[in-house]
Design a binder for this molecule. Structure first.
Ligand code: CDP
Length: 251
């Protein structure tokens, strides 16, 4: 453990940032933030700041990658050089390749890819500020970006990490909890069906702790899913208001 930190849970039972064990950080989401992309989302989650641009479905280049029966999904997850404490080199590192792959596999499971043979759907996810839990936040932003692009999906993906800190199972780990805690378990699912699209575990958790973590993550994911719905509805009610205003002007 970091020499200056002796405990991640304070004497009053709260976490270092003042949260309860099962409390989420503040989250905000906005869709349609990039004019040039087909769909986009800007998400803040605690100190995490993530932007996601979605292009497609579109023709795939190079053509030899095309699949005659379905589209492929390409995901580029990148950390901005200034997003972490120690400056990150602009060249993608092993962790970014790995995260791009697992995010793409998760997203592959929810899109009706067979509707777009020979095509591609490309997602560019940039973490502007990182503070733990970026893969779950990235998936949450990605599904909003996909919905904003009008890409048909079996459901929205929502993610939230759980983990073990000072022997307790906590929800939504911050960077320090992720690095100094005993275990980190990122979870993502389609909330309505309960299907898992991502489940990883780094650290030591007993089978009972995994079960408790999964239960807690589902509750947290339910709360985040409602925020995703609101973010999408906000966009469409804005469009409706604008078209009402245009109608009034024309009359
Ligand atoms: O972000 P996530 O928890 O999904 O993935 P991680 O690999 O467990 O990284 C945990 C955290 O470490 C990130 O969210 C960043 O805040 C931090 N990190 C860092 O400080 N420097 C890096 N080069 C990569 C990640």
């Amino acid at each position: 453990m970091n020499e200056e930190i002796t405990s991640l849970i304070r004497e009053d039972g709260l976490r270092l940032d003042g949260r309860g064990l099962h409390e989420l950080r503040p989250i905000s989401m906005q869709t349609g933030v990039l004019d040039r992309a087909d769909g986009s989302c800007y998400l803040t989650w605690g100190n995490n700041k993530i932007i996601c641009a979605v292009y497609g479905p579109r023709e795939l280049h190079p053509k030899h990658l095309a699949q005659p029966d379905k589209a492929i999904v390409r995901v580029e997850y990148r950390l901005a050089t200034f997003s972490v404490e120690e400056r990150k080199s602009p060249a993608p590192r092993r962790r970014e390749y790995e995260l791009s792959k697992i995010l793409s596999e998760s997203i592959n499971n929810v899109i009706f890819l067979e509707k777009f043979p020979n095509g591609t759907i490309d997602l560019f996810i940039t973490v502007l500020d990182a503070d733990g839990g970026t893969r779950c936040a990235a998936l949450t932003a990605a599904s909003l970006g996909l919905a904003d692009a009008g890409i048909p999906m079996r459901g929205m993906i929502t993610g939230c990490a759980v983990g073990k800190v000072d022997g307790k199972i906590v929800v939504d780990l911050s960077d320090i909890e992720d690095k100094e805690g005993e275990g980190d378990m990122p979870v993502a699912m389609i909330f309505n069906t309960g299907e898992l699209t991502l489940l990883q575990c780094d650290g030591m958790l007993t089978p009972e702790e995994v079960e408790e973590g999964l239960k807690l993550s589902k509750t947290a994911i339910g709360q985040i899913y409602q925020m995703q719905r609101k973010a999408l509805l906000a966009k469409y009610s804005q469009i409706e208001e604008q078209s009402d205003e245009l109608d009034e002007e024309e009359e």
